[in-house]
Write a protein that binds this ligand. Structure first.
Ligand SMILES: [Zn+2]
Length: 470
């Protein structure tokens, strides 16, 4: 760490020199900057190629870090379980902060534990360019989801530093707190707060986990949220970042199937979640005859089919809907269900189209309740986030980077959502996908090859370089 810090005055000096020296052709720093930028390039093609060849990823170290981080887990390998503010989460955070320090980044944390590692550009007053992802892992999941976008981001900074690049805008690596909803039922907790969610600040004051431990208490145990009223301090000021780019495994099979190295995300589908309950009279499975029943389980079954129907009616392949939870009470073979509980997830890249599906589901739930003589005792829309579009300049930078690196790429939609969905509210946003084995994610078999990760890191590095000079 101490070896790296003396670089900074030197870098600034180098830049000053490049300004003073009018003959920029003779100044290697300026040359490198122009080579990276992709913006007015009046240098011979060979310089450009030379800079690209300097982008080398230390795949061995990166894989070692991925493996080491995976060891901070509450379940045995190859599974990874890392839940917000647990001892393993705190140790993993320490590991990341240490790596950021080793890369010469200045590290800070906010009140909920979003972690920022900053490489100062030579115009540090300009809005910075940020990249990052999450390291929390749902129970019995894998070691690449999110992690590739955090360790890969730190390696992207290393790649740029090794190549001699000097950023104009500062570059920041962000570790987002709790992308997964495991502990407190709130997904993308850190990035939602960064995006300025007042609703979440209020909700967190009374949020508890399954053990009835409050969010604030848990956060304090990890040495965050020291001041109860301080959570709005997490909000990012508008204009903090000129761009945000997240590197992530695809979590779907398309890139692998099509043999494509890089997915450039143009839009992130946004989920809405609905919770609802039907209640009927129940009764003995033998004694109550069919005409006298009001079966809450059959109402649930009928609604599950209605969800599928309404989604398909949208006519777009981008509309999806899932009844992921369907519980029957009392849940005995010889008892007519007196209560059914459903949780429905529906997503689209078109907000209006998705909201129409929600309206239709609500309408069907009411109608089914009447037809079957049950009560719709609860219908609650838990969240209804708007989808996000990637920003054109960032898409352009990612495409240019892939082309220059001779990597096959395609434009695609992210059907899973990510911290980028919320960062898009406060910064222009882009995402880079890399292939993962059979599209597996959220299970121990999750895997991305070192080569695919290295490709993603290179595209990220070059994209950050371009955006930092923009
Ligand atoms: Zn993720």
């Amino acid at each position: 760490m101490t070896l790296r810090f003396p670089q900074f005055p030197l870098l600034l000096l180098c830049f000053c020199c490049s300004v003073i020296i009018a003959h920029r052709d003779e100044d290697p720093v300026t040359k490198t900057m122009e080579d990276f930028s992709g913006y007015p390039i009046d240098e011979p093609h060979s310089f450009f190629q030379k800079s690209l060849s300097l982008l080398s990823v230390d795949t061995e170290s990166l894989q070692k870090e991925i493996d080491e981080l995976a060891a901070f887990s509450d379940t045995p390998a190859p599974s990874v379980t890392r839940i917000l503010y647990t001892e393993k989460d705190v140790l993993a955070r320490r590991y990341i902060k240490n790596l950021m320090g080793l890369s010469g980044l200045s590290v800070r944390e906010d009140a909920v534990g979003n972690i920022f590692g900053r490489w100062d550009g030579h115009e540090p007053e300009l809005p910075a360019v940020a990249t990052g992802s999450h390291i929390d892992a749902i129970p019995y999941s894998g070691k690449y989801d999110g992690v590739v976008g955090v360790l890969g981001a730190i390696e992207a900074i290393n790649v740029l530093q090794r190549s001699g690049f000097r950023p104009r805008r500062s570059l920041e690596v962000i570790l987002f707190t709790s992308e997964e909803p495991t502990r407190f039922g709130i997904s993308c907790l850190g990035s939602r707060l960064l995006a300025g969610s007042e609703v979440l600040v209020e909700a967190l004051k009374t949020t508890v986990d399954a053990q009835n431990r409050s969010f604030l208490d848990a956060a304090r145990s990890a040495e965050y949220a020291k001041d109860q009223d301080d959570l709005s301090s997490v909000f990012l000021k508008k204009g903090t970042y000129s761009a945000f780019v997240e590197l992530h495994i695809e979590q779907g099979p398309l890139l692998e199937e099509e043999g494509i190295s890089i997915g450039i995300v143009t839009a992130i589908a946004a989920p809405a979640s609905i919770k609802l309950e039907f209640e009927g009279n129940g009764g003995h499975a033998g004694a109550v005859l069919m005409p006298h029943r009001n079966d809450a389980g059959l109402a649930a079954a009928e609604l599950a089919l209605a969800v599928e129907k309404h989604v398909l009616e949208s006519g777009s392949i981008d509309t999806v809907g899932t009844v992921g939870i369907l519980e029957l009470h009392p849940g005995a073979i010889n008892s007519i269900p007196s209560k059914s509980h459903l949780e429905i997830d529906t997503r689209d890249i078109d907000e209006q189209r998705r909201n129409i599906v929600i309206e239709k589901i609500q309408h069907s739930a009411s109608k089914i309740a009447i037809d079957r003589g049950v009560r719709l005792s609860e219908f609650k829309i838990i969240n209804q986030d708007p989808p996000a579009l990637a920003e054109k300049t960032i898409i352009g930078a990612m495409e240019a980077a892939s082309k220059e690196l001779n990597l096959k790429h395609k434009l695609m939609i992210s059907r899973a959502y990510h911290d980028s969905l919320f960062m898009a509210r406060v910064s222009p946003m882009g995402m880079i996908f890399i292939p993962c084995y059979k599209g597996y994610s959220h299970k121990p078999e999750e895997y991305a090859s070192s080569q695919d990760i290295a490709n993603g890191v290179k595209v990220l590095a070059l994209t950050l370089a371009k955006l930092s000079l923009h």
